[in-house]
Structure formats: C-alpha cells, structure tokens
Design a protein around this ligand. Sequence first.
Ligand code: FAD
Length: 308
Amino acid sequence: MKISDIMKKRAAFSFEVFPPKTDIGAEKLMGRGGVLEKLYGMRPDYISCTYGAGGSNADKNLEVLDAVRTLDGVIPVSHFTCVGNTRAEMRKRLGQYLEHGVDHILALRGDLPLGMTGTGGDLHYAAELVRFIRDEFGDAFTVAVAGSPEGHIDCLSPEADIAFLKQKQDAGADFIMTQLCWDTEQFARWMDAVRAAGVTMPVDAGIMPVLDIKGVVNMALSRNGCALPRELCRLISKHWIFDNPFAPTESEESAAAKRAAFREAGTGYTVRLIDRYRAYGVDGIHLYTMNRYEDVTRIVRETGIGNA
Ligand code: FAD
C-alpha cells in the first residue's frame, strides 16, 4: 500500500523517529517492549526514520527501518538527503533500501553542516533527487518531499520556494511532509498559495509536540526560524526557566516545577494545534516522537487520531 493512496481515502497518521546514537538508545527504541512497539500499538500508517546529513548514521537508519518492517501493516519510510552523496553512492543506498523492503523515501536536500554552503555532493536540490530516483528506479519508490509553510529559511522568496515545491511535484514526487509550523493561519495562507501554484500533492502536517521550552526555542530559532504565535509565547513566558534577572536565586526545585507545568500546558497546546490542523482538512498528521512514547501516547489519545 502507498501512503499517497491512503491519503486519497482518509487522513493518515504517522510517527517520526531518529537513529539511536548509543546501544542503550537502540535497545530503548527497538528492544522488546520498547518505543517502536509502543508506537505500533497506536496503529500508525507509517513510521519514518531521519537520515543524518552526509549519511553518518546510514547503517543505524537502515537498522531502525528493518525493525519498523517487522511491525505488521506499518509502512517504513526513510528520509534521504543529497548532502555529501555522489550519484553512485545514492544509487547503491537506494537499491539497498529496496532490497530491505523500504519503498517509501522522503527526498530532501538535507541540512547543510555548519560551514558548508552547498551539499558537497552531485545533486544540489531536492527536486534533482526526486528526478534521480524516478530516472534510476522508475515507480519503485513512493516519494515524499519537504514543504515549508513559512518558507524555507534560505529561500529567495516565499513565491520562489513554492515554485521549487512545484518542481518537486513535476519531477515525480507523490506527497508533501511539512516542516513544523505553529502558526496555523500562516499554514492556511501557504496552502492557498501552494494550491494556486498548481501543487496538488497531498499534505502531511509535521507536528513537534510542545514539551520543553528549550526544545521549542531551539526549533524556532536555530535551523527553521519558525514564528512563535502569541499563545505559545504566553506559555513560554508563564513558565520561563532560563536565567531570570528578576529571580536570580530561583531554586532547582522551582525550575523543575515550572518545567513540569510547561510540559502539561504544552501537551494541551499540541492537542489544540492538531485539532486545528484536522479541522483545516490536512491529509495527514505526522508526529515527531523524539524516540519517546509517553507524551505522544497521551497526545494521540486526547486527539483521537490513533488507537491509544
Ligand atoms: P530543497 O527543496 O532543495 O530547498 C532548499 C532551499 O533551496 C530552499 O530555500 C529552496 O527555496 C531553495 N531552492 C530549491 N531549488 C532551487 C533552485 N533550483 N535554485 C535556487 N534555490 C532553490 N534534514 C536532514 O538532514 N535529515 C533529515 O532526516 C531531515 N528530515 C526532515 C523531515 C521533514 C519532514 C522536513 C520538513 C525537513 C527535514 N530535514 C532533514 C531538513 C531539510 O533537509 C532541510 O530543511 C533542508 O535545508 C532543505 O531541504 P529541502 O528538501 O526542503 O530542500
């Protein structure tokens, strides 16, 4: 079954995990009773695994996808990037995915490592990767591509970014997985612009659960430059945990209580965010799990998007 076909019938629901860095992390994710098993219990349509720029964690990525394959009825999806990859290396790695039964790829340019101004590989943009996959492998893969509702941070202009998204569709992409976006009004404006530009692919909305302030601020200010809507700013401000000139002697206990209160409030915020996306009519909800299941299970239960 192809994810794009599922989305033609109903909204899909999925999770994202990353390749673990340690043996303990691997056991937690893939071991008996581990995170993957818990996620599987919620009956997602697919589970995707990220891919480190330059392929440094490519073997671990494949190990995770092999583990996902054993979950009956769940489609394994691999992220894959142009960074540091020659055509020959990409051909080999993509062929390996097919041999392992992984036939869904999220085709990305990749995050450029610090100090690099280009991919350092044979392909420079995601559209070229989509074309490469189609030229080399025909229809063997279902291909997803990234979409940036706020415009990619390096884009020439929002209009140019959408034109490049259209190029990915023209090159043979099947559906879009979006960058996280907390501003649903901006998301709606982007969707209108995307459709007006002739992009007809289904759109799967990426959701990063709002669980800790540092994670949210890091996501907003580092690579993506995401806008923080007023409602989220209010939550952060209310539970502020960084050095506070007005309370320089705040105890660790008090800071820990604020972190717990933020987690609680952030979970509610994430549930409302997903409700808004669903009311808008997106074709899927894709939850970033950060390789944990507890908070995600609660979010799935409270939104009713899966079996939790
Ligand atoms: P592209 O579509 O190639 O766009 C990159 C930039 O170039 C944009 O600003 C675009 O406007 C511009 N552009 C495109 N084509 C042209 C052109 N012909 N001429 C001039 N400018 C052009 N990164 C990882 O490294 N590993 C992951 O596992 C990973 N997973 C992700 C999952 C999701 C759901 C998303 C949304 C992103 C993920 N990323 C990952 C991040 C992604 O690699 C970065 O956002 C990257 O900077 C851009 O990737 P892209 O595929 O959108 O690039």
